[in-house]
Ligand binder design. Structure first.
Ligand code: ADP
Ligand code: MG
Ligand code: ZN
Length: 644
């Protein structure tokens, strides 16, 4: 029977694997050597300096070695058997005794300086090696603590994440409502997959595509889908990741990224949020000193994009939601040849996106995604994804088996107006003011063209500032606003305040946000859309591009006279709208009172019931003329501040 050899000790000896550990060991050895070595020599008896001088003056000393910190001297003696010998003493010199050499010479002492220290090299070594080592050790310690051990050593390396094909798990079928963009990008994927099909005919494969669109429309998602579909390596990096504290690092990263990409071709490089590094050079408000780092990085990017041949099989896709701030050099053909617009989805697109996100959600019978799509104009893909999730959360909180339509409606309201804040308790007067204010909006809104149906009025506080709210839902997607609709919006915005004026004879701060918006609209009416009769189709605002290119003032340079004219026109527009709002509400005073009382009782009015009520609103005779021309009849004095 073999004897088991017990060579496995249960506890493994700890290995000094940390750099700090071995460093300390080395330091200890060096220090020990330094202290131990000199004391290897036999020690001679120590005497006082004065005794040494006395001995010299008595002529006893024959030799001395005079060092700066020690003097060794010998006095000749004889051994017991008569042979000559010498006895060695040492003493510590007194530095200010400058007469010592003279005395020694006078008494014929043979003296010399000590030989250079045999062990001096160790001290020298320590003094040169140890400080850097300590520095490195401290540095390493902090790096480890930050958890970014290697980061500082790879400053110039690109931080691109490589995903091999399919690993993002996103397919083109997960992206909906952006069909044109999808077609373009599918073509790019085809370039990479079947490059020779195109190059055989002499076609050049585009070098880059720029995805442009508002936030949340699915640009990043599309890029991931490309990675998932293309079957080639996919480098993904965000524009801001190029920019570091150190000037020049970004440029090095760009270089490194392209080097790697060329090695892996065919492949796709995706730069998200390109605007972070592609902002117009110069310009941008002209901050003192500019932004060297970003400019260098951008220049490097431009150089690299020019530097590789179109058919190497590297395609660069970048995304931005601020194309207008991009440097024009980036957008010229030969760099990002293609601009792919990823816009907010239309009604059909929204339904498709809702379908994508509702795939994993249990929906009740009554849920109609098409209706939800109608009720969510202006929502981007990210908003819709959020909406579905929010509805599912609401249903879960109610312990429902499936998500019902009411959950979606509540979720939409949450996204538009914010969370309900029933904890925000209003006193009676405030509540009454809010009720009349909202009904004022609703009655005016019901009579104005193009703004859609008034769906709901509520005096339950929501979100950050709203004490009450009125929701108006357009019946269809709108892309243009005609001038009478803008007038209508302004009047509707002023409806809340007008109701307060008529009923209470004074206005509250609650209308502040409304008049801000109304004034903005009136200004754009005049300065951007050129809809004012007096000033005509002249743009008084610069475009955003011009603004970004370094003009500090968004207004064009205009004479003070024109500026005055603009102000007067704006005020006229707002005043006329205010007048109409007051007229309408006075003509419908009964409806206003009645609806507001009902709203106070019930807190929320909505749907068919509300619509039937508002259908009773009468349009005053001047309304049509005002909608048509923006003017109100001169013979009636403008109604403002009715009751004060
Ligand atoms: P951005 O355009 O700002 O890069 P993202 O691609 O990051 O927007 O979109 C954020 C999220 O919104 C996505 O992860 C996805 O869930 C959802 N989303 C956005 N657009 C779409 C779309 N067209 N189809 C489906 N989901 C979308
Ligand atoms: Mg994005
Ligand atoms: Zn209001």
């Amino acid at each position: 029977m073999p004897v088991e050899k017990n060579n496995k000790s249960p506890i493994k000896p700890p290995r000094i694997r940390q750099f700090g550990g071995s460093f300390l060991l080395l330091l200890t050895i060096l220090l020990l050597l330094n202290f131990i070595v000199p004391s290897f020599g036999a020690r001679s008896p120590q005497v006082a300096y004065s005794d040494f001088i006395t001995a010299v003056e008595a002529g006893k000393v024959d030799k001395a070695i005079v060092g700066s910190s020690r003097i060794e001297y010998s006095i000749p003696t004889q051994t017991p058997d008569g042979k000559p010998a010498s006895q060695v003493f040492q003493t510590t010199p007194v530095a200010y005794d400058l007469d010592l050499p003279k005395i020694l010479r006078e008494h014929n002492v043979q003296f010399a300086a000590p030989q250079p220290d045999q062990n001096g090299w160790i001290g020298t070594l320590i003094s040169w090696v140890v400080p850097p080592l300590i520095f490195i050790a401290i540095w390493g310690f902090f790096l480890n603590r930050q958890g970014g051990g290697a980061a500082a050593l790879t400053v110039g390396k690109s931080k691109a994440r490589i995903s091999s094909d399919g690993s993002t798990g996103v397919k083109f079928t997960d992206v909906a409502g952006v069909d044109e963009a999808k077609v373009e990008l599918e073509e790019i994927v085809d370039f990479l997959k079947n490059a020779d099909k195109y190059t055989r005919l002499g076609a050049k494969i585009p070098k880059g595509a720029l995805l442009v669109g508002p936030p949340g429309t699915g640009k990043t998602l599309l890029a991931k889908a490309i990675a998932g579909e293309a079957g080639v390596p996919f480098f993904s990096i965000s524009g801001s990741e190029f920019i570091e504290l150190f000037v020049g690092v970004g440029a090095a990263r760009v270089r490194d990224l392209f080097e790697q990409a060329k090695k892996q071709a065919p492949c796709i490089v995706f730069i998200d949020e390109l605007d972070a590094l592609g902002k117009s050079r110069g310009g941008a408000g002209g901050f003192v000193g500019g932004n060297d780092e970003r400019e260098q990085t951008l220049n490097q990017l431009l150089t690299e994009m020019d530097g590789f041949d179109a058919n190497t099989g590297v395609i660069i896709i970048a995304a931005t939601n601020r194309p207008e701030v991009l440097d024009p050099a980036l957008r010229r053909p030969g760099r990002f040849d293609r601009q792919v617009v990823v816009d907010r989805p239309d009604k059909i697109g929204r339904e498709a996106i809702l379908n994508v996100h509702a795939r994993n959600v249990k929906l009740a019978e009554d849920v109609n995604l098409a209706t939800i799509a109608i009720r969510t104009p202006g929502f981007a893909g990210a908003d819709l994804a959020n909406l579905v999730n929010e509805a599912a959360l609401l249903a879960a909180r109610q312990n429902r088996e499936a998500v019902i339509m009411a959950d979606f409606n509540e979720a939409i309201e949450r996204l538009i107006a914010g969370l309900e804040k029933r904890s925000r308790v209003l006193n009676e007067t405030e509540k009454k003011t809010v009720a009349y204010h909202e009904v004022g909006h609703a009655i005016i809104g019901a009579l104005m063209p193009g703004a859609g149906k008034v769906e709901k009025i509520s005096v339950v506080p929501r979100g950050i500032g709203a004490l009450g709210y009125t929701i108006q839902m357009p019946e269809e997607d709108r892309f243009l606003m005609v001038e009478d609709e803008i007038r209508g919006r302004i009047a509707t915005l002023l409806g809340g305040r007008s109701a307060e004026e008529i009923v209470f004879g004074k206005v509250s701060t609650g209308a502040g946000d409304d008049i801000q918006k109304a004034t903005d609209m009136a200004e754009r009416y005049v300065t951007v859309y050129g809809m004012s009769d007096k000033l005509g189709p002249v743009a008084f605002e610069k475009t955003q591009q011009q603004f970004i290119e370094g003009y500090s003032n968004p207004r064009r340079s205009i004479s003070p006279k024109v500026a005055e004219e603009i102000d007067r026109e704006m005020k006229q527009i707002v005043d006329n709208a205010h007048h109409i709002a007051l007229t309408i509400l006075q003509d419908n005073r009964d409806l206003l009172e009645e609806t507001a009382e009902e709203l106070l009782q019930r807190e929320v009015l909505e749907g068919v019931e509300l619509r039937e009520r508002l259908a009773r609103a009468k349009a005053p005779s001047e309304l049509n003329e005002w909608l048509r021309s923006g003017k109100v009849s001169e013979d009636k004095p403008l109604m403002q501040h009715v009751l004060n």
